[in-house]
Design a protein around this ligand. Structure first.
Ligand SMILES: [Fe+2]
Length: 383
């Protein structure tokens, strides 16, 4: 079967790249722009900075600032109402993964009739949306490079994904300046999410030469920069490398999807509102330990990217060094990898395992076959 690689066609990166926003909007023939963002971005003063850039470019704009973390389906109703009311010809998503995801789905809901429920799943959106520019303000989700949007269905307590090639942005704008002020714990959890994307995509069954190339570089960059960005947030080089790592991993996993780690993170996150990056981070060592038998060579490459020396060891022992490296990183970032530390009652484990197994988009990329009873064992073993 042919393997398809699809991605965002244009990236502006580096310190100061935000200044090009006006020109980039004009290049896409945008004249009336809706900026989708969240209250945190507003209070951080970024709305004023973007407004000044658009004023200088003489572009008509409106801000929708009501995106919440872990966005519910209802947020799309509000953003879509704002968009229909204003009538933009281009949407800018500005923020963390939630704002970018909501801007993507708003773009396609402008040109595809509702209800939104009929688009949950893989490639069910028939028409392209209106042009989209995505500007991440955290280095982790890689959402600026993916065709995926994840929303919380609060009624059914699950997270649901829409995957559509029509949700690829027309461009991503990566300005590390926007990430300099992130506090250490957000730096740690979002940075770990980028690493989990790279590892799940790299070791997954849908990995290709193209995604491997991106993911290895992303793993290498996180291994060398996440501790530095956590320890000193104004380290410009570390911030730039982390933002680029997040982008590279996003570019890759949009084509492979993730694996068991993300399936568990969505299952736990649907019931207990823990930050996505924290969830994916604390699950990672268990899932790597479980998966490494399926493809030890890939895990040896991860170990090497973290500076471990698997030479001379039996293959599986070499692969296990990758888990040791991840645990050491989590220890340094102050992230526990015990499920019991996160307020998840042990009696919830069977329901979590069932929900995780149901996430076929993710489980089908996992390198090791996984059954519900094995997931229960994995969760109980790390309680
Ligand atoms: Fe993620």
């Amino acid at each position: 079967m042919a393997q398809i690689f699809n991605t965002v066609r244009r990236i502006a990166s580096g310190f100061g790249s935000l200044e090009t926003l006006g020109d980039e909007i004009k290049r896409l023939k945008g004249t009336k722009v809706l900026i989708v963002t969240d209250p945190g971005i507003k209070s951080a003063g970024l709305v004023e900075i973007v407004a000044a850039i658009l004023d200088r470019a003489k572009i008509n704009y409106h801000f929708f600032t009501e995106v919440e973390p872990d966005p519910k389906i209802e947020v799309v109703f509000s953003s879509l109402a704002a968009a229909k009311n204003f009538g933009p010809d281009l949407i800018v998503g500005l923020g963390g993964g939630s704002s970018l995801d909501i801007s993507k789905v708003t773009s396609v809901m402008m040109t595809n009739a509702g209800p939104i429920e009929k688009y949950f799943g893989m490639e069910l959106v028939p028409e392209p949306g209106i042009p989209l520019i995505l500007i991440p303000t955290t280095a982790g989700t890689g959402s600026e490079m993916t065709s995926i949007c994840v929303l919380s269905d609060t009624e059914n307590k699950v997270k649901k994904g829409i995957v559509s090639e029509h949700m690829f942005a027309r461009m991503a704008l990566l300005d590390p300046q926007l990430t300099l002020g992130l506090p250490p714990h957000i730096t740690a959890t979002t940075g770990m999410d980028a690493l989990v994307h790279a590892i799940e995509s790299f070791t997954g069954v849908r990995a290709t030469i193209f995604t491997d190339t991106l993911n290895l570089q992303a793993i290498y960059l996180v291994a060398r920069n996440l501790r530095k960005a956590y320890a000193h947030g104004e380290n410009r080089e570390a911030r730039e490398n982390m933002l680029n790592a997040s982008c590279l991993a996003g570019m890759a996993f949009s084509n492979t999807q993730n694996g068991l780690d993300h399936a568990l993170a969505l299952a736990i996150g649907g019931k207990f509102h823990l930050p996505h990056g924290l969830l994916t981070a604390f699950i990672l060592p268990w899932v790597m330990e479980y998966n490494l038998l399926a493809d030890p060579e890939k895990f040896i490459q991860i170990a090497r990217a973290f500076g471990e020396t698997p030479d001379g060891l039996p293959e599986v022992e070499g692969a296990r060094l990758s888990v040791r490296a991840i645990k050491s990183l989590l220890d340094d970032l102050g992230i526990s990898y015990k499920l019991s530390d996160y307020g998840v009652p042990q009696e919830e484990i069977p329901a979590i395992a069932k929900a995780a197994i149901g996430a076929v988009r993710l489980i089908s990329n996992n390198p090791r076959k996984v059954l519900e009873k094995e997931v229960i064992k994995l969760l109980e073993g790390n309680y």
